[in-house]
Every structure is written in structure tokens, then in C-alpha cells.
Design a protein around this ligand. Structure first.
Ligand SMILES: Cc1ncc(COP(=O)(O)O)c(C=O)c1O
Length: 348
């Protein structure tokens, strides 16, 4: 299939196969590939009343050898299990999660963008409470589904910086579900994100909900800053430590790459809003955003902090190294790349 991979954007492009398993009577089913892209639910399903659902997002890239490689999928499995437990959903075992993700990639070979085109195959595992119910209680059944869609590169030609607007809304409650990937966290963010766009920015930047004095994260990405090292000391990467942000798997990889490949010192700590003015660079990190430079932050009073380096050198270097590991252009010393076994004959 020949496709305009570069211009796909981040849109839903259905593929022939998805994976589904069902939890009922205390156990997960084996799971299977299914062709049907729609799901039929009881109108009493907790997923659609009480938001008893969660999801994950990860990408597969074609390596130079043409094989499909996932990036740290076991981390997504662990994060989904953690989220599931918080929402009283039976966590899919790691083995089931990985088998579901791998089977979905392997069954849709024509949806995997070719190596080097910048596009990737996005995987969306989701977990929903279904079945007849009315009262506020966990569902009697759960569906674990993994579908995929090719997505275009975040940047078509070179890194382009975005602008963030400090949101007057909190993304989540201080001791709420912010560190879990629950869909409900995102519904409230739609309005904040639209407001940021109406103010001429690209995305909302949230403060910590407890004190509103520290940076938390952007709508669907963590943030990090670069501070120049003084007196010959290495430059410093600083990224917020906060109980209300989603622990980003990409950010975690960037901290390792910053230390081991770029020789930076890495600080995970509360990052006061007042420290923004000292940053040389600011960027977003996540599966979708990859590494996105930030050129300016609009504060709530309408004033703006412009970053001295709108597309920072260190940000560019981190983007380069991360994508090189993800796409197999660099040795993977961390065993982050996960080879997807070819589809079994029965899948097609
Ligand atoms: C709120 C939020 N923060 C951060 C991230 C980045 O996390 P990851 O790097 O694991 O994709 C995401 C995307 O999953 C997100 O939705």
C-alpha cells in the first residue's frame, strides 16, 4: 500500500485488525484478533457513566531492517496495570498486554510506516468497564482492546517551537488521579486546551494543583528545562517531580540519554514557576510530542516569558538521540527497543 505517510497527521486511520480480551467471572480471556472496529456496549456500562476506563499510547517504528520495534512497551503495561488498580479494574497481566500490542502490530504490516519517513504506527490499548449496571460500583465485565493507526511525524520539516499558556484550571486534583492514565483526566483538559489556543498559544501548561507555584506538565506531555551549568559544570536538565503529573516513559528515557549521551546533570524536583525566567531552553516530552521545543510561555496575567533559545541546541540533540534509538539508527544500550515477532499465519 503506498500512502502519503508524512501528511497523515494524528488522525484515526482504521487498520484491518485489532486485539481484544474480556474479563469476566474473575479471569481474563486468552484474547484474539478481531476485524470489527466498533464495540457494542450495554447502556449501563460504567465506562460511559462513571469514566471507569483507562488507556495507553505507544509507537512502533520500522527499523532499517524493516522489522517493527516497539519502544519500552513493558513500561506501558506496568502503567496501565497501576492505573487499572486505582480505578478498580482488573489489571491485564503484562503477558496479555504485550501479546495484544505485538499481535496488533504484526497483523497490520501494511500500516507500519517505512523506516526513515518520520511517521510511526501508534498503538492505543484501552480498558473499559462494560455490562449492565446502574449504581456507582465497578463493572461486571471489562474489555481490553488494542487498536492501531499510522500517525504522521509531529514535525514535517525540522523542529518547530510551540507556545504554552499557563492554565487558570488545574488538570487534576492534588491528591487525585493525575499520575494515572484515566480518560477522565483528559475530558477536563479539552476546555483548557481550547482556551490556550484562543489566547494564541498551542497548548495549556498546568501548575501544581496544591499551591499553583510549581510547573506540573502540559496537556499530554511532560516538560523539561535546560539550565546552563556554572563555573565549568555541565548544563542541567530539570524536569518537575510532582504527584499530579503522568510519569512519562519518554521523559524517563530522555533523563537517561541526557546523562549518558550528552553528559548533562539531571534534576527531578519541583520546578517553581519563578524559575522559568532562568531557563535557557524549555521543551515538552511524550510519545506524541516526542521532543517539542517551547519558545514562550504566556502567564495568567497576559505577560510572556520568551525562552532565550526557542529551538534549543540541547533540545535538538535530545530529539536526535531519542529518535535514533527509537528507529534503530543507534545502538540500544538500554534494551528499550522491543522487536515484534512476525504475524502468525492465522492472522491473515
Ligand atoms: C498527561 C500526559 N503527560 C505525559 C505524557 C507523556 O507520556 P509518555 O512519554 O509515556 O507518552 C502523556 C502521554 O501519554 C500524557 O497524556
Amino acid at each position: 500500500m503506498s500512502r502519503d505517510w508524512v501528511n497523515l497527521g494524528v488522525n484515526y486511520h482504521p487498520t484491518p485488525w485489532r486485539f481484544q480480551a474480556v474479563w469476566e467471572d474473575g479471569a481474563w480471556s486468552e484474547g484474539e484478533l478481531v476485524a470489527e472496529a466498533t464495540i457494542t456496549l450495554s447502556e449501563g456500562s460504567t465506562a460511559i457513566h462513571y469514566g471507569q476506563q483507562c488507556f495507553e499510547g505507544l509507537k512502533a517504528h520500522a527499523g532499517p531492517d524493516g522489522e517493527a520495534y516497539l519502544f519500552r512497551p513493558e513500561q506501558n503495561a506496568a502503567r496501565m496495570a497501576r492505573t487499572a488498580e486505582r480505578l478498580l479494574i482488573p489489571p491485564p497481566p503484562t503477558e496479555l498486554f504485550l501479546r495484544g500490542v505485538e499481535a496488533t502490530v504484526a497483523a497490520n504490516p501494511e500500516a507500519l510506516p517505512p523506516h526513515g519517513c518520520g511517521a510511526a504506527l501508534y498503538l492505543r490499548p484501552l480498558l473499559i468497564g462494560v455490562g449492565d449496571n446502574l449504581g456507582l460500583r465497578p463493572a461486571p465485565r471489562f474489555i481490553f482492546r488494542v487498536f492501531c493507526s499510522p500517525v504522521g511525524p509531529y514535525f514535517k520539516a525540522g523542529l518547530k517551537p510551540i507556545r504554552l499558556a499557563v492554565s487558570p484550571f488545574d488538570r487534576v486534583a492534588a491528591r487525585g488521579t493525575g499520575s494515572f492514565k484515566a480518560g477522565g483526566n483528559y475530558a477536563g483538559g479539552l476546555y483548557a486546551s481550547r482556551q490556550a489556543k484562543q489566547l494564541g498559544c498551542d497548548e495549556a501548561l498546568y501548575l501544581d494543583p496544591d499551591t499553583r507555584t510549581f510547573l506540573d506538565e502540559a496537556g499530554s506531555a511532560n516538560v523539561f528545562g535546560i539550565l546552563p551549568g556554572s563555573d565549568g559544570a555541565p548544563d542541567r536538565l530539570v524536569t518537575p517531580a510532582s504527584a499530579s503529573i503522568l510519569p512519562s516513559i519518554t521523559m524517563d528515557a530522555l533523563c537517561t540519554l541526557a546523562k549518558e549521551e550528552l553528559g548533562l546533570s539531571v534534576e527531578r524536583r519541583p520546578l517553581p514557576l519563578s524559575e522559568l525566567a532562568q531557563l535557557r531552553e524549555l521543551a515538552c516530552a511524550g510519545t506524541a510530542a516526542v521532543v517539542t521545543p517551547v519558545s514562550a510561555v504566556r502567564l495568567e496575567d497576559g505577560t510572556e516569558i520568551a525562552l532565550p533559545q526557542p529551538v534549543g541546541e540541547t533540545t535538538q540533540r535530545l530529539h536526535e538521540v531519542l529518535t535514533a534509538v527509537q528507529t534503530g539508527l543507534m545502538e540500544d544500550r538500554w534494551s528499550w527497543r522491543h522487536l515484534v515477532a512476525a504475524a502468525p499465519a492465522s492472522a491473515d
